[in-house]
Every structure is written in C-alpha cells, then in structure tokens.
Design a binder for this molecule. Structure first.
Ligand SMILES: Cc1cc2nc3c(=O)[nH]c(=O)nc-3n(C[C@H](O)[C@H](O)[C@H](O)COP(=O)(O)OP(=O)(O)OC[C@H]3O[C@@H](n4cnc5c(N)ncnc54)[C@H](O)[C@@H]3O)c2cc1C
Length: 449
C-alpha cells in the first residue's frame, strides 16, 4: 500500500484580485468572460492548456453545428458564436457547409488566435498553462481559487466564479453532487491526416474494418471533416477508448496513450493495404484527448430527453439548439442519432450506412428546436458559483444533444452575463433574475425565444 504524505501548511500569495474568475478557457469559458467584460466586470480566465478554445483547439474538433432551427429557416443562435464565425470568415478560416451534421468547418488554429485577441481586447486577464487546483472558502464563502503554474502555487481572489472546466473540477471540490454515467460516452483522440483523399479506389475505412484486428484495433466507426484552406488534409475522429472516465487522472493518462496508439494502428493498416504509390502522413495529433462526457452536476433543474426531443419551451431559457441527440455507445462501437422529427439512425461500423427507423410516431407538428434553461447552470449551495459547459444538469439523452459547442457557447454567455449582473447589483449569481439575464443576453446579440 502506498503511504500518504502530509503536505506542510503554507500561506499562498494572492497574484490577482478581480470581480469574476472563469475556470476553463474553452469557447464556453472565453464567451463567459467576454460577455461579463462587456458589461463592465473585471475578469480573469484560467486554462491548463497553452491556448484558449478547449475541445475546439486543443482537442482539434473543428465543427460547429447549425445556428438555425431544424428546418434551416429560423435563426435560433446568435451572440458570440455568430460574431466569432464572422471574425473567422475574414481569414477564410471557416466554411459554411450546412450539411445535416455540420454547419461550419473551422481552421481552429486561427480560432486560437481570435480567442487570444478577444481575451486581450476585452481587458480580460489570462492565465494560460495554469492549473486550477483548489477552492478557498472563508467564513463558508468561496473567495478565491488556488492555481499552479510555472510560478508555483498562487491564489486568485474574486467575487463571483464560473466553472467552465468541462469536468467541473471546481464544483467537484466544492462538494456539489454529480453523476458519472451510467455508461459514459467514450473519449476520442482526434488527428489531422494528410493524403486520405488521394488513395484512389482504395476504401481505407473498409480496410481498417477488415484488417484492423491485425493491428490491435476493435471494429469501430469514425467521422472526419475537411479543414478550410488545407486541401488534402482531414480532421479524423476514428478512435474510441471505451469504458473510460476521463475525469480520473489515471484513466485519462491511459486513454491519451491508447488514443494515439489507435491512430497509428489505423495508419498502419492503410500503409500495409493501401496503394504503394500513394502515401499518407500524420500532420497533427490533438494536444488533448477529446472528452465527450464526464461529471454531470445536479443543479436546480435536470434537462430531460423529452424536454429536448419534444422541444419544451422554458421561461428562463438562455440557449436554443437544433442539434440531434448524438449518443456514442458507451461500451462498444456505434452511435445512435435521434432527431426532433421522430426519426432515428444507428451506425455501427466504418464504411457502412446507418440503420434508419423511428424512435416515435410522427407528430402533427414536430418541434424544430429545443431550449436549455438557466436553472441547469445554477444551484443553491455555493451562492457565487455558476456552471457552464458540458457539466450542466441534463439526463443522458438530453445531454447527448446539449453537449455540442454551439449550445454550450450559449451557456457560457449566460453564466458570464448572470455573474456580471450579480457583480453590478452587489448580489450573487445564484440569486439571478432570469428575465434580466435573458434581456441582457438579447441586448448583446443573443437570440432569446
Ligand atoms: C471527439 C469529439 C468530437 C466532437 N465533435 C463535436 C462537433 O463536431 N461539434 C461540436 O459542437 N461538438 C463536438 N463535440 C462535443 C464538444 O466538443 C464538447 O462537448 C464541448 O467542446 C465541451 O465544451 P466545454 O467548454 O464544456 O469543455 P472543454 O471544451 O473540454 O473545455 C474545458 C476547458 O477547461 C480547461 N480545464 C479543465 N480542467 C482544468 C483545470 N483543472 N484547470 C485549468 N483549466 C482546466 C481545459 O483545458 C479546457 O480548455 C465533440 C467532442 C469530442 C470529444
């Protein structure tokens, strides 16, 4: 048995004092910070990576889904997502592709720089390569977070906090109740691969399906996307590390390594069985494992599958979405898609089309979008903390639709606005007036329905 060690008690320097600290700098976190800064709050943002953007940059996931309802007619998402798309267009870093499964393909290296510019341009104080470690409670109130970086262990004080860390590390440390599963969707290590389109008649997906076992691969499936401005390059998401809780450090380590092994094995199949005169090359491995699901926290309201699939309206809605329910099977290959029009599709293998069917009978009028209420981000135990991003309160079905970036970006914006209003009013985010949050979001360009 490993012995424990006693960490000596010490006083930690406070390196920064501000109105709002955002833990986690994905688009969710940056959008929270930007909205709060635009309302006059002083904001700091912390991320353990060397860049902002989270899954979209470090994870290399380069697709944003539709900003319209399922009919493609009514705009339902605006705000900072739309602003960022317009920024990326200036550098040809986004393609409007409007397919069923994607609306925008991005060059996420450009997105990194745009997020830097937004953070600095709004006077937000950035802490990159900085790990959030622990909360500080004084007289029972959250007053600071402890961080670690090249300068050692330091504290950052604030009045309000947003946990946008994906896994909800701050919320976990504060003892907020959460669930893991049942059946966590598996993580995927993404890769950028050059030359897949130039393999002629050779169907590499079928080859991987048939010969993968020779290289230690289970039967599986994956998807890919073009990258604007990089013909011949593909973003590929072909790996799955099943039965992984990526919020556990040891399992995360194992999954990062296993994901990279699977990328190599896929490429080795192509090298072994593909045309000898056509070469593929590994251009990039995502800097961070792509985590689909980990802790989901109990907040004031749990969004349900029926809320999503039947398009239930909420009077405190702060986000709208039209992306389908997208469940990567937890313990084996395959994905189930459920659509708001009652249809369903299940894909089990590479290179094969899905089995199509219905999950319910047709309705006289199908919903065309769903909503996420502010209540899914707020709780009553820690008055000055809001959650944003994929740790929001949703059941597994609702989660599988809510978890995409165009939806989560809006939760960030809502958390930032709610905190900024609390700071302005001298109150706490837990006591937010949902209608004031909605009105302020709308003033800032968000679509409130
Ligand atoms: C392989 C894959 C493909 C996907 N495909 C799509 C897609 O095509 N389109 C789509 O919209 N969505 C897709 N998703 C889902 C989507 O990418 C994620 O659900 C979403 O990005 C989660 O956003 P988030 O802000 O909650 O978390 P994240 O993007 O994970 O951001 C969390 C941030 O917090 C930081 N952080 C975490 N812990 C700490 C800490 N202790 N200290 C400091 N910083 C910390 C991280 O570095 C990160 O920047 C995909 C997901 C995966 C895994």
């Amino acid at each position: 048995m490993l012995l424990s060690v006693k960490e000596p008690e010490r006083t930690v320097d406070c390196v920064h004092e501000t109105d709002l600290v955002v833990v986690g700098g994905s688009c969710t976190g940056v959008f929270a910070a930007v909205r709060a800064a635009r309302l006059g709050a002083r904001v700091a943002i912390i991320d353990k990576q060397n860049c902002f953007g989270g899954m979209a940059t470090a994870g290399a996931v380069n697709i944003w889904h539709s900003l319209h309802d399922t009919e493609g007619q009514r705009p339902i998402i605006g705000g900072l997502t739309l602003e960022m798309v317009e920024r990326l267009k200036k550098r040809d870093a986004v393609q409007d592709c409007s397919t069923v499964s994607a609306a925008f393909r991005m060059n996420t290296e450009e997105l990194k720089i745009d997020l830097d510019e937004w953070v600095l341009g709004h006077g937000i104080v950035p802490f990159l390569n900085t790990y959030y470690c622990a909360p500080v409670l004084e007289d029972g109130r959250l007053t600071a977070v402890i961080v670690e970086n090249k300068n050692g262990r330091k504290a950052i004080r604030a009045r309000q906090f947003v946990d946008a860390s994906g896994d909800g590390d701050l919320a976990r440390d504060l003892g907020l109740p959460f669930e893991l599963g049942p059946g966590l969707q598996p993580p995927t290590l993404c890769a950028k691969i050059f030359g897949l389109d130039a393999l002629g008649d050779f169907d590499w997906q079928v080859a991987v399906q048939e010969h993968g076992h020779e290289f230690g691969l289970e039967k599986d499936w994956g998807w890919g996307s073009a990258i604007p401005g990089l013909p011949g390059m593909k973003l590929r998401a072909d790996t799955h590390v099943f039965n992984t809780d990526a919020s556990d450090a040891e399992q995360l380590t194992r999954a990062e390594i296993e994901g990279r092994r699977q990328v190599r094995a896929i490429m080795d199949v192509i090298r072994a069985y593909g045309p000898s005169d056509k070469r593929i090359a590994l251009a990039d491995l995502a800097a961070a494992l792509g985590v689909r699901e980990s802790r989901r926290f109990r907040m004031r309201y749990r969004l349900t599958g029926d809320d999503v699939l039947f398009g239930r309206p909420f009077d405190d809605a702060i986000a709208n979405g039209s992306y389908r329910v997208d469940i990567h099977h937890a313990d084996g290959p395959g994905v189930t898609f459920r659509y708001l029009d009652g249809t369903e599709s299940v894909i089990r293998e590479r290179g094969r089309s899905g089995e199509k069917g219905r999950w319910r009978d047709p309705l006289p009028e199908d919903p065309t979008f769903y909503q996420i209420p502010l209540r899914c981000l707020l709780q009553d135990r820690v008055a000055n903390l809001a959650l944003a991003g994929r740790m929001l309160d949703a059941d597994p079905t609702a989660y599988s639709a809510a978890r995409v970036m165009v939806n989560l970006n809006q939760t960030g914006e809502a958390a930032g606005v709610a905190c900024a209003l609390a700071i302005r009013n001298g109150g706490d985010v837990a006591a937010s007036d949902a209608q004031a949050v909605r009105a302020t979001l709308a003033e800032g360009g968000s679509i409130m329905l």
